[in-house]
Write a protein that binds this ligand. Sequence first.
Ligand SMILES: C[S@@+](CC[C@H](N)C(=O)[O-])C[C@H]1O[C@@H](n2cnc3c(N)ncnc32)[C@H](O)[C@@H]1O
Length: 338
Amino acid sequence: MNVEVMVEGRRAPGEEPPKWTDDAEVDGFVDDVMRGLRCRPREIPCKYLYDQRGSELFNAICEVEEYYPTRTEMALIAAQLDAIADFVGPGATLVDLGAGNGEKTGMLLDRLEGLRAWVPVDISPVELRRCARRMKRRFPKLTVAPVCADYTGEWQLPATGPGRRVFAFPGSTIGNFSPEEARWFLRSLAEKAGPGGGLLVGVDLHKDRRILEAAYNDAAGVTAEFNKNLLRRINRECGADFRLESFVHQAVYDEEERRIEMRLRSTEEQALWCGGEQFWFDPGEFIVTEHSYKYTIEAFAALAEDAMWRVRGVWTDRRQYFSVWALEAAPEVTGTGR
Ligand SMILES: C[S@@+](CC[C@H](N)C(=O)[O-])C[C@H]1O[C@@H](n2cnc3c(N)ncnc32)[C@H](O)[C@@H]1O
């Protein structure tokens, strides 16, 4: 997976320009799928939804009427550009986790004073390459240092020199972790940021289940297509023979767990092959393909504090659908910021 994007902009004299890191061969896909199909409930990690087509379909989901998170988060960012720029401060490196098409952080880039580098990190190589190129065209002087990596595994940030490190994690992607996993992940980010480092994170809020279920079961069927695309990918990459017409997309809100559970439900009794093994499905049996946890302001504040972040700002919309947080890594964090 060689990506030729190597872009440079402001950097100190004699400093090496940041390089493209392409260590994110998503190995383990077949193993993870087989393991997921063997367990009960059957479950496949949601990071695999994002092959090239999956990333394109996610961008299309952001446009559907019922999917309020993207519009709401963008409106919050647009309304708080000055406050966010103040929080990031001058001369920072902005690391965009799960950058996708990069549009949300793109709104910020020309507001940030003396930005040292923008580091989009994503598991989806084609989407990452497109977004890096687009941003470089838009901001020719900006150092763009894309990293194709699975941020749940071992990954390295490129050296971008001194200056504050600020992570951006928009899109309510934090909701794909269980609260326990999110605590662990945020804690590891605090170490990577180092004491005083920053994190801007978009968090979807607990609300009426009808709004949530509509958002993940849009009438045009774009989310269904996004979900079923995983079966296409499994057929292609795992030697499987899923028949897409015998699975339906379903997203249900579990009020107790406060999470959307996205499923692919078998409509009939069937046997299918995957990776040389046969799997049986009863009618109604399903594979979980994504969780999206929803928070209250209090619950997320407590989680962030527990993970060594201090809340410096939180912005929500009038309906309290979504929230954007500015967090600062606690002085006790021991990480070097690498
Ligand atoms: C919900 S989308 C959000 C995209 C964008 N940040 C936004 O706010 O619209 C999640 C993004 O994270 C990426 N992603 C998901 N899991 C990942 C992982 N484990 N490591 C790196 N990127 C991941 C996906 O490829 C996708 O671009």
